[in-house]
Design a protein around this ligand. Structure first.
Ligand SMILES: Cc1ncc(COP(=O)(O)O)c(C=O)c1O
Length: 453
């Protein structure tokens, strides 16, 4: 059933609402797609249609739509105390319980035991940079200010997090801060060193060391990396990459900040992306899947080593100078606790691994002969189909939109949200996707790709 006020809402949206990653003129012409409800992997729209949410919103609706128990948990918390700041020594039960809960989900040998919650991923990364710089300063290296990030990285869009984001599209009208330095990325399909997987000797990790040497090790506070680069195009690093990166960080006393905003809480088929490669970060940032988007929440965990240094080496009388009004928000933490309970009870981490593998395998097999499909990759519930001109690596030209955008549009017309990410068609369905639903998604994408040719 179409929403009774669909027309009015569309007009009002056009008149008053701005949308990220949209062109104003196109939006005025086309109008908004108004979301009215959802259940599981399905989304209900104002025009009465139902579509599959094949990207979990923005990689985040891990438990799927319509989970009443999260709403109930938030309702209960709001009736007790909806919000109080976490500044100074104030605390609330949900924040305490959530910190303890996540500490218990992380592999014990990572020793990531102290948490600060934010309202999202950008804020978590911003705060991580502050912590890294403070850590270096209290240990006697105040000149260690620079943050290294990698080409194709996405770490958010606020000032410092945005400077660590190294996708040119985000910097058309904004410069990046000069204390943010770019290095190579492990984009195997488009290896910037011209290597192939059989000849790779981890040149992209070696390039990090060259960057450090060039900039001067004594000027660098930290490097920030995603375990699997999400927005950059679902880039899975080669084996050995993280081991090498960690050696370099240790050798130069540079903190490793792991951005698990996309990969955390089951998305990759493990609780955390770090588990695929035995990564031991000094700081881990997260957001998205921690609440499945039911309320905004992100955060960071710092390792015992960093915590101890900050505690013992900070001069007396100097407090931990971070602080966002909504740090450790109790209602958002209550949503996270209820969400994690669902992930655990329903075995969604394992489901993401098994069903994600099924989806990727089917796409890889059935698109193997497609002239414009050059690579199908991913891990867990993250899948990218990289599209190129036949036989090469040139992006597929297309008018008026790119080939992946056209695929995405046609998928939507047939009832599936799939996202165009640069040269890729990307899928990241909710972790609760069943094997049958994964087949339905695969059928649809394969049909569209074959139809366009
Ligand atoms: C890896 C990564 N880090 C950080 C962010 C920023 O998170 P937020 O949009 O919650 O600020 C994102 C958002 O997509 C992300 O993908």
């Amino acid at each position: 059933m179409p929403h009774p006020d669909l027309r009015l809402l569309t007009d009002l949206d056009r008149e008053h609402v701005l949308h990220p990653i949209s062109e104003f003129r196109t939006h005025e012409k086309k109008g908004a797609r108004i979301v009215t409800g959802g259940e599981g992997i399905w989304l209900e729209l104002g025009d009465g249609r139902r579509v599959i949410d094949g990207f979990s919103g923005l990689f985040n609706i891990n438990v799927g739509h319509g989970r009443r128990e999260i709403a109930d948990a938030v309702h209960r918390q709001m009736q007790e105390v909806a919000y109080y700041p976490a500044f100074w020594d104030f605390s609330t039960e949900p924040a305490i319980r959530l910190a303890e809960r996540i500490a218990g989900l992380l592999p014990a040998d990572r020793e990531l035991g102290h948490f600060l919650f934010t309202s999202g991923g950008s804020e978590a990364n911003e705060t991580a940079f502050r912590v890294a710089r403070a850590y270096q300063a209290v240990r006697g290296a105040p000149g260690r200010n620079k943050i290294i990030s990698r080409r194709h990285a996405f770490h958010g869009i606020t000032r410092a997090a945005g400077s660590a984001t190294r996708l040119p599209a985000y910097h058309i009208f904004t410069s990046t801060d000069s204390d943010h330095i770019e290095t190579a990325a492990p984009y195997c399909f488009r290896c910037e060193f011209g290597e192939t997987p059989d000849r790779c000797s981890l040149e992209c990790a070696g390039a990090v060391e060259e960057t450090i040497e060039r900039e001067g090790p004594d000027t660098i506070a930290a490097i920030i990396v995603e375990p699997v680069m999400g927005t950059g195009g679902i880039l899975v690093p080669p084996d050995g990459y993280f081991e090498r990166l960690q050696e370099i960080c240790r050798a130069y006393d540079i903190l490793l900040i792991l951005d698990e905003v996309v990969t955390g809480f089951g998305r990759t088929g493990r609780w955390f992306g770090m588990e695929h490669w035995d990564i031991h970060p000094d700081i881990m940032c997260f957001a998205k899947g921690v609440t499945s988007g039911y309320l905004p929440l992100g955060g960071l965990a710092i390792s015992d080593r960093v915590y101890t240094a900050m505690r013992d080496d900070t001069p007396e009388g100097v407090p931990f100078m971070v602080g966002l009004t909504y740090n450790n928000h109790p209602s958002c933490c209550a949503a996270a606790l209820a969400n994690l309970e669902i992930v655990e009870r329903e075995g969604l981490v394992t489901n993401a691994r098994v069903v994600g593998e099924q989806l990727r395998k089917r796409l890889a097999e059935e698109l193997a002969d497609h002239p414009k499909v050059a690579d199908v990759r991913g891990v867990g519930m993250l899948v990218a189909i990289e599209c190129c001109e036949p036989g090469g690596k040139e992006p597929v030209g297309g008018e008026p939109m790119s080939y992946p955008a056209e695929v995405s549009h046609r998928c939507y017309d047939r009832g599936l949200i799939a996202r165009a990410l640069w040269e890729n068609v990307a899928l990241a369905p909710p972790l609760c996707t069943s094997p049958e639903e994964a087949d339905q998604i695969a059928d649809l994408v394969i049909a569209v790709l074959k139809e366009i040719g």
